[in-house]
Every structure is written in C-alpha cells, then in structure tokens.
Design a protein around this ligand. Sequence first.
Ligand SMILES: [Zn+2]
Length: 317
Amino acid sequence: MSLDIAYSIEVDDYLDPDRAYDFYWSGLIKDKKKFLCPGTDCTAQVTCANLDEDVQDMKVVPHFRIYGSHSKSCEIFNDIPLDLRYEDGVSVKEERRSVDESVVDVFLLERPSSYYDEPKINRFPNQKPVKKSQFIKRPIDSILRENGSVGNIYSVRSVVSRYIRYKKDGSLDHRRVNIQGRDVHYRSIFKCIWEQDLDTLPDYPVIYYGWAFVNRLPSDYGYQIKFKKHFTKSEEGYITTVMIGDRLIDSYKVKKLVTTRLERIIKKEKSTAFVFIYGKPEENVSQKGVKYANFSITNLDMIDINYDCPLPKEYNK
Ligand SMILES: [Zn+2]
C-alpha cells in the first residue's frame, strides 16, 4: 500500500512526498530514512525513496515506502482512513475528501511565508521511540486554510511530478489542476513551444516546455536558456529565451537542486536540458531585427530544468 503522507522526524510534521523533496533540497531534511508511518501509535519506519535524486522521470518520482512493521492499531495496517487533525481540531480527512472528489490540485504561485520554517531542532534528542506530534501543522495563511494545505502545489516541478504520479496510477484522465481560479486538465496543462503559433496562445500563463540550450551568460551574471525550437507567427520564427540570474538562484530555497542541475548540464558536451516554464511569452524585436518571444521569471518555482524529458515519449521534442 502506498502512502500519501508520512511523519518526518526531522521537521516534526506530516508531509507529502513533494514537500519532502523540497525540504530535502532546501536542506531542512537530511536523511531520507527519518520518516514514520502516520498511523496512530505506529512507529513503522518509512523511507522517502528517490528523495536524494536530482533526476525526475517516470521511474524516480519521490514516494514513501514502509519498512518496519505496523502497530496493531495502525490505520494504514488495518486499511482504515487516518484521522489526522490540525491543531484546531479540523480533520484533514474531511478536507482531503473534498479535494479527492473534485480531483483538483491547486497550484499556488507563491509559497506561504511559513513554508520553509525551521523545525524545532532536537525536540526528541536520541530518544527512542520517537513521539510523533499529534497534529499536522497548518500554515496560518487563510487561502491555504480554505483549500487545505495537503495537496497544494507550489512549483512547476511538483506539477510535473503529480502528472507522472497520476499517469502511473491510471488516474490522469480525471485529474485537474486549478491555477488562479482556472481549472485545467492535467492532460492539457503542458504546451510544447515548437507547435505554437503566438497568435493562438491562451491570453493567460500556462506551462510551456521543450528542449533548450543552457549557457552561462557572457557577463557571468547567470544563465541563458534558449529553446531549440521556436514559437511562430505568420510562419516566422520567434527565438525564445529565459535568463536566470545568479542573484535569483541565491535567493531560492531549493537552490541546491537548481545549481546541481545547471552545473551538470553546462559541463555536458551538448549543454541541453528539457525545460518547463510557467508563464506567457513576450514578443520583442532586437535592434538587428531578430524576433524574440521571451519568458521572464522572478521565482524559480516557476521553472523546472531536467537532464532528460521526464514525461512520456510524445512530449519529448
Ligand atoms: Zn503504521
């Protein structure tokens, strides 16, 4: 049986695999084995597989695996619903049920300010067995409260990861993601840059993707990502680039993941990457008359840079 959620000893909270992945790469979690079964009074050991992999594809999406044996009263063991509650007594189950029934994930463009709060260090120093917190923590932000904090998505990386998970469990066709109040089917959320005429694009941001060249900028202030295939308009090509400044990377909590990937990519003989970006391209003409349709980003959660195409073959272009 797979687990949607596990108790992290290191951050003293119940996490889903996407959040555990963010925490690992931002440095809050250091050991993929320091998780426990979320069941009542159960201390079965849980490992978050692939937490330390900086590659995301159909095979290595992070997920929880149980190793220890469950307590007799454990809900997971007995296959009955968990009754996890927030500190104000509201049951997560109730909130999740509405999320599951509508099968809509909510993609929020900003993380709550408390997302990466430091855990209370050593609340249980070397003490065994670990006593799990009784409650799941809930950020104070009211928007989160309305939507339920479990199941929200804060990065393009997580949208890609959810797509892979739903594709694997066969539920993709029913799944949707809500972005800024608009429901989109997971099947239609990604748009290939190559196939798009600028005049036919939606007037709101979506997630574009494609193979791109990655280079250090001549100024050495950051990286340039230049998509291999162009947007078009009246059969003319529009070159598409994204700049990622070192300062933007430095201010990003999950920068270790981004820098690990970028540094490995630019060392390759062909410094190419498969890139997803949430946004809307902006048309521009250079002084020399070259036409551009560029993306600009102010938050690295809005871009996902991969060594290879993490999605099925039909996306690999
Ligand atoms: Zn258990």
